[in-house]
Design a protein. Structure first.
Length: 600
C-alpha cells in the first residue's frame, strides 16, 4: 500500500481502507481483480453561445448638392469714341556750315631700327668625364671541402675543422668623377641704340559759337480721353439649396454579468474525528459535501444614446437638413460719362547753338633724345675641367670550413675519395676606366635694335572742314482722327443647383462576442466501486508508462520528469487529466489507464 499512499487522493484512501476491512455489501467480488470506491466528479458539457455586444445599425452617407456652371455675357465697358492725333510732319533741310578752318598738320615719321642678331658666349667649351665601372666575370672552381681519407669499418676516422679565408672578389679600383667648376660672368650687352623722338605740339584753336535754326515753329494737338464711371451691381453666383449635416451617434458602455458555470457540489476531505478509537486513522476520515458557487463572466457592450435636439437618428449617425442661402457676386463695369475731345498748342521754332574751332597757331614739333638701352646677361665660364680620383676597393674574402683528417682508422681501410664543392666568386675582367666627352661651348642669341634712320617730321596741309547741319521744316500741321470703340463684355460664370443634397443608408450588422461556459450534465459528489490496479501489479515501470502518457498529452509532471515515482506534480497532472476527461478522480482505475493508452 506504500505505492498507493504516494498517489492517493480520496479514492485511493478509500481503496486502502477496503483492502484491510471486510468487503462491503454490493462490492464486486470477481477473483483476481481489485476494486476501490472512487469519487465521481460532476460531469459538464462545454456550451458556446453568441452574446450581443453591439446592436445592428445603419450608416448614413451624405451626397452633397450638385451644381452646374452657367456662363453668360456681362457688360464690362460701354461703347465710346477715341481721338487719335496725327502729328505735324516735317521735312529735313540740309546745308553746309563751316565747322573748322583750314590748317596744317605735322605727322611724325618715327626713327627706324633694324634687328641685329649675333652669337654671344653663354658657356665656354669643356669636357665631361664618364666613369666606366670595372667589369667582373663569374669564375667557377673546385674547392676542397673534405680531403681524401680511409675509413675503418669499426673505428671511424677523426677530423678537425679547419677554417681558412677564400677569395670571393679580387681587389680593384673605382674612379670617381670630379665635375668641372664654372663661375658666373656678368656683362652689359647693347639692347637698343640711342635715337631721337619728335614730339608734335598740336595747332591751337579758339571756339566760335553761333545760333542755327533746328526746327520751324508748328502747332500740336492734344486729346482728352473719354471718362468713365464704375457701376457696381449684384449678380447671382450660386442658387439657394440645402445641405445635410451628419454627426456620429454617441454610445455608452453597459456592463452585465453572464453565468458561465452553474452552481455545483463537491466532496472535500476533512481532518479525522478526534474521538475515533480505531488504530488506523484512515478509518476516521470525514468527507463533507461542499457547494461550489456558480461562475460568472462580465460582458461589456455598446448601447446607443439619443440624438441631440434638432437631429434625427439615421443608422449610426444623427443628421439634420440645413438651408444654404443663394450666393451673389459683385460685378463692375465702365459707364461713359464724357466723350473724348482735343485741344491745340503752338510750339515755337527751335534753335541750337553751333560751335566750331578757329585756328589760332599752327602745329610744331620738338626733338627729345632717347639714350641707348643695355641689358645684363650672365653665362658660365669654365674655371677647372672635370677630373677623376681613384678609390681603392679591397678584395673580398669569405670564411669556409672543411674537415681535415687527424688520425686514420685502424681496421679495414676503405678508401673514401675527397669531396669537392663548386663555388663561384667574382674575378676582375677589366679595371675601371674613364671616358672623356667634349662638351662644346654654348652660345645664346642676343637681339638688339640698331638705328637705321632718325625720326623726322612731315608737314601736311589740312583743308577746312564743313559739317552738315539739318533742321526740321514744317510740311503739314497736326490733325486729329476719331475712331468708334465698341462696348466690352466679360464672361461671367455662376453655379446653378442641378441636384439637391441626399443621403444613402448602409446597414451595419450587429456585433457579437463568443462566450464559452460549462453546463452541468450529471451531478457527481458520490463514490462507487471501480476496478483498480492491484497492489501487486503496481510497479515503477507502470508509473513510468503513466508519466510518459501524461507528458505526451501535454501535462506537466514536474522537473523530475519520467522517474517511475508518483510525486506531487505527477499526482496533480493525473487529477487534472481525470477531471478534464470526466473520469473518476485520484486512482489508477482501468478507465483512466484506457484513456491514457497505457496497457498493464
Amino acid at each position: 500500500m506504500k505505492h498507493f499512499n504516494s498517489l492517493m487522493t480520496m479514492c485511493l484512501l478509500l481503496g486502502a481502507l477496503t483492502a484491510y476491512a471486510q468487503p462491503e455489501a454490493g462490492m464486486p467480488s470477481e477473483p483476481g481483480k481489485c476494486y476501490a470506491k472512487c469519487l465521481i466528479a460532476d460531469q459538464y458539457e462545454t456550451v458556446t453561445e453568441q452574446v450581443l455586444v453591439k446592436e445592428a445599425s445603419s450608416k448614413v452617407t451624405v451626397s452633397p448638392a450638385q451644381y452646374e456652371t452657367v456662363t453668360e455675357q456681362v457688360l464690362s465697358k460701354e461703347a465710346g469714341t477715341t481721338l487719335s492725333v496725327v502729328p505735324a510732319s516735317f521735312e529735313t533741310v540740309t546745308e553746309q556750315k563751316l565747322t573748322k578752318e583750314a590748317s596744317t598738320t605735322l605727322s611724325i615719321v618715327p626713327a627706324k631700327f633694324e634687328t641685329v642678331t649675333e652669337q654671344k658666349l653663354a658657356k665656354e667649351a669643356s669636357s665631361t668625364l664618364a666613369v666606366v665601372p670595372a667589369k667582373f666575370e663569374t669564375a667557377t672552381e673546385q674547392v676542397l671541402e673534405k680531403e681524401a681519407y680511409t675509413e675503418l669499418r669499426v673505428v671511424p676516422a677523426k677530423f678537425e675543422t679547419v677554417t681558412e679565408q677564400v677569395l670571393v672578389q679580387e681587389a680593384s679600383t673605382q674612379l670617381r668623377v670630379v665635375p668641372a667648376v664654372y663661375e658666373t660672368v656678368t656683362e652689359q650687352i647693347l639692347e637698343k641704340e640711342a635715337y631721337s623722338v619728335l614730339t608734335v605740339i598740336p595747332a591751337k584753336y579758339e571756339t566760335v559759337t553761333e545760333q542755327v535754326l533746328v526746327k520751324d515753329a508748328y502747332t500740336t494737338l492734344s486729346t482728352t480721353p473719354a471718362t468713365y464711371e464704375t457701376v457696381t451691381e449684384q449678380k447671382l453666383a450660386q442658387e439657394a439649396g440645402t445641405r445635410i449635416e451628419r454627426v456620429p451617434a454617441q454610445f455608452e458602455t453597459v456592463t452585465e454579468r453572464i453565468q458561465t458555470a452553474a452552481a455545483s457540489t463537491k466532496w472535500v476531505k476533512k481532518k479525522a474525528d478526534r474521538n475515533c478509537l480505531s488504530a488506523n486513522p484512515d478509518d476516521c476520515l470525514v468527507w463533507c459535501l461542499v457547494e461550489v458557487p456558480a461562475q460568472f463572466r462580465t460582458v461589456t457592450k455598446q448601447v446607443r444614446k439619443a440624438c441631440d435636439a434638432g437631429y434625427t437618428a439615421s443608422g449610426d449617425d444623427c443628421i439634420r437638413t440645413v438651408d444654404v442661402p443663394a450666393q451673389y457676386t459683385t460685378v463692375s463695369y465702365q459707364k461713359l460719362v464724357s466723350p473724348a475731345s482735343s485741344s491745340s498748342t503752338d510750339v515755337p521754332a527751335k534753335y541750337t547753338t553751333r560751335t566750331y574751332q578757329k585756328l589760332v597757331s599752327p602745329a610744331t614739333t620738338e626733338t627729345r633724345e632717347i639714350p641707348a638701352k643695355y641689358t645684363t646677361r650672365s653665362y658660365q665660364k669654365l674655371v677647372s675641367p672635370a677630373t677623376t680620383t681613384v678609390v681603392e676597393v679591397p678584395a673580398k674574402y669569405e670564411t669556409r670550413s672543411f674537415q681535415k683528417l687527424v688520425s686514420p682508422a685502424t681496421t679495414e681501410v676503405v678508401e673514401i675519395p675527397a669531396k669537392y664543392s663548386t663555388r663561384s666568386f667574382k674575378r676582375l675582367a677589366s679595371a675601371a676606366a674613364t671616358t672623356s666627352t667634349d662638351v662644346p661651348a654654348t652660345y645664346t642669341t642676343v637681339s638688339y635694335e640698331k638705328l637705321v634712320s632718325d625720326a623726322q617730321a612731315n608737314s601736311t596741309e589740312v583743308p577746312a572742314t564743313y559739317g552738315t547741319v539739318s533742321y526740321q521744316k514744317l510740311a503739314s500741321p497736326a490733325t486729329t482722327t476719331s475712331a468708334d470703340i465698341a462696348a466690352k463684355y466679360a464672361t461671367r460664370s455662376y453655379k446653378k443647383l442641378s441636384n439637391a443634397a441626399a443621403t444613402t443608408v448602409v446597414e451595419t450588422p450587429a456585433q457579437y462576442n463568443t462566450i464559452t461556459k460549462r453546463n452541468l450534465v450529471k451531478a457527481g459528489g458520490f463514490t462507487e466501486w471501480r476496478e483498480v490496479i492491484c497492489d501487486a501489479d503496481i510497479t515503477p515501470d507502470l508509473y513510468r508508462k503513466v508519466q510518459q502518457a501524461l507528458v505526451d498529452k501535454g501535462y506537466d509532471i514536474g522537473p523530475a520528469g519520467v522517474d517511475g515515482r508518483i510525486g506531487a506534480a505527477t499526482k496533480a497532472a493525473l487529477v487534472k487529466f481525470q477531471r478534464e476527461n470526466n473520469l473518476p478522480i485520484g486512482n489508477l482505475d482501468l478507465k483512466t489507464l484506457e484513456a491514457l493508452g497505457v496497457q498493464r
